[in-house]
Design a protein around this ligand. Structure first.
Ligand SMILES: [Zn+2]
Length: 256
């Protein structure tokens, strides 16, 4: 495969092209089979684009979506951008070779974490649908950075509106349980054990990297995406119910 030196936009939705030198060929010729959503964690989209195009940053993505919904393409979809870092999904570590990365402008949890504006959400959803039109990406492989790098990344976070994306035909989703009650004392250990097995079946990398807070980190990552009303990392009946229904709703049988 020859990598183009001149970047042509893959999508008619792209407002601007700003080529990043930070890319390479996808390993093993893998076509994109996942979309990973991020927030930039920077104060402006312009600043993020500058950083993602800086050879010294060692990072990049395919698309940046600013607060107003303007889309900038930085790496061709066929190429491997550098957005996922140390990650894991279904036991696969080279997420960059399998994915398209979208950076959504938001300063992030450390800078006030404002809501994602409707115009921005609208653009992200439209871009995702457009990506689906060119690439075979099943709904359950639209994921957040926090899903593939729990404990290391918390973007795009609990304010990102995955329910809105799902209503627009993007991603895998079940309506979260409204039960926010705490578990009865003594039930937590069994609930947590079941939850970890279900998370593994869904694709999360649950191997303990030696952190004492690991179960809490995993549960919080799941909650931020799928039960965002309370993402505290504590197992509860509503989280477990949501997770059970999510796994049940997988379109193909899960090989555990
Ligand atoms: Zn990220």
């Amino acid at each position: 495969m020859k990598l183009e030196t001149k970047l042509e936009p893959d999508s008619a939705l792209v407002h601007a092209v700003h080529a990043s030198p930070n890319f390479e060929e996808r390993r093993n010729g893998w076509p994109p089979s996942m979309v990973i959503l991020h927030y930039t964690g920077m104060t402006s989209a312009e600043g993020a684009i500058g950083w993602l195009a800086n050879p010294e940053s060692g990072v990049s993505c395919h698309y940046v979506v600013d607060e107003a919904g303007a889309i900038t393409q930085m790496v061709a979809e066929h190429a491997r951008a550098w957005h996922a870092g140390a990650s894991r999904w279904y036991g696969e570590c080279d997420v960059n070779s399998m994915s398209i990365g979208i950076e959504i402008q938001n300063p992030g949890h450390e800078r006030g974490y404002p809501d994602f504006p409707p115009a921005q959400m609208h653009a992200v959803a439209a871009l995702c649908r457009d990506i689906i039109s060119r690439n075979r990406i099943v709904p359950q492989r639209f994921l957040g950075h926090s899903d593939i790098a729990p404990g290391r990344k918390i973007d795009p976070g609990e304010k990102f509106d995955w329910a809105y994306l799902a209503r627009g035909g993007v991603g895998h989703w079940v309506t979260p349980s409204l039960d926010l009650s705490a578990p009865c004392s003594g039930d937590e250990a069994a609930m947590l054990a079941e939850a970890l097995e279900l998370l593994r079946a869904y694709g999360y990398g649950i191997d303990n990297p030696g952190r004492d807070d690991w179960p809490k980190v995993l549960i919080r990552s799941f909650q931020m995406h799928f039960r965002p009303a309370r993402a505290d990392g504590l197992i509860d009946a509503g989280t477990l119910d949501t997770l059970r229904r999510l796994v049940d709703a997988l379109p193909e049988p899960v090989i555990a």
